[in-house]
Design a protein around this ligand. Structure first.
Ligand code: PXL
Length: 287
């Protein structure tokens, strides 16, 4: 049994307080039956979303020796999954991980910003070089802000039509990845959706979620990690998007019901057990 577990190298930061990045990715993937090898890009006292002055230790110099150690151990990885990076040099380190394990599924969450703005620590050079990582990926999960940065376009001013979304999905896929999922999309008829494109099957998918009038940090990390676990577990792309969307919807609604400080993140601990199930509700549709 042990040998049959999928092994994921998770190249993300570890933020102590605020429930994002490795603090949520580790429990999510573990509950989904994946063996996670955390490869921290930085250690922070909290996320950078409004909790005052954050203490940050950049771990750029850690990444190459860590990879060298895994090579000495002759470890194999089923997936290399990257997220928040602390410097543009870390793009090269991530590319080295992809090159070292060419058969691994390459998942790039091109974490750069949200709500139309880059995160505090994201320099223009780091944003520009994120395109290089996307080129090496099989799967990417940008939010709308990251979609616009990757395509070199303005942040969309309003809802997007199906044909606009299909064009953006295809153009993102042309950068490299064969599966693209854009999160947090507003369409002409729905306030909140996640949309996907599976190039191998030339199929476009949409999963709608109930809109809740709050935003929490870390929900993109939870979405991408559930999606990654689902794909590694054998789900089709639409089923994986549905599984990730339903889980994030449940965790946001649960947290909203308690009225907690949004900066403290979502109450993952209350909802995590529901990831053990394998239910599929079929709430996806063609875009
Ligand atoms: O969830 C994305 C993320 C990851 N890591 C850090 C962050 C954020 C978003 O704010 O600040 C440190």
């Amino acid at each position: 049994m042990y040998e049959s577990l999928k092994r994921v190298a998770a190249i993300h930061d570890l933020s102590g307080f605020g429930r994002c990045s490795l603090a949520v990715i580790l429990p999510v993937l573990s509950v989904m039956g994946m063996q996670v090898v955390p490869v921290p890009t930085a250690v922070l006292s909290s996320h950078t979303g409004g909790l005052g002055e954050v203490v940050m230790h950049d771990l750029t110099d850690y990444l190459q020796p860590a990879l060298a150690h895994y090579k000495r151990l002759a470890l194999d990885f089923d997936c290399i999954y990257t997220g928040f990076l602390a410097s543009s040099e870390q793009i090269d380190r991530c590319l080295e991980f992809f090159a070292a394990f060419p058969d691994a599924l390459g998942v790039v969450d091109p974490v750069m910003g949200d709500h139309g703005r880059p995160y505090k620590t994201y320099t223009p050079d780091l944003c520009k070089r994120m395109g290089e990582l996307v080129r090496a990926a099989d799967v990417i999960t940008p939010n709308v802000t990251e979609m616009a940065i990757l395509l070199g376009e303005d942040y969309p001013a309003g809802p997007m039509s199906s044909s606009e979304l299909k064009s953006k999905l295809v153009r993102l896929s042309e950068l490299g990845p064969r599966m693209v999922v854009i999160t947090g999309v507003s369409t002409l008829t729905r306030r909140l959706c996640n949309v996907g494109y599976d190039r191998d099957h030339n199929a476009f998918w949409l999963v709608a979620s109930d809109y809740v009038p709050v935003a929490y940090p870390g929900t993109g990390d939870i979405f991408a990690s559930v999606l990654t676990g689902a794909i590694l577990g054998g789900d089709s792309l639409p089923i994986a998007i549905e599984r990730a969307s339903r889980f994030v919807e449940r965790v946001i609604k649960t947290t909203f019901s308690y009225g907690t400080d949004t900066r403290y993140g979502v109450m993952l601990e209350r909802v995590l057990p529901s990831l053990y199930g394998h239910d599929i509700t079929g709430s996806f549709e063609a875009l």
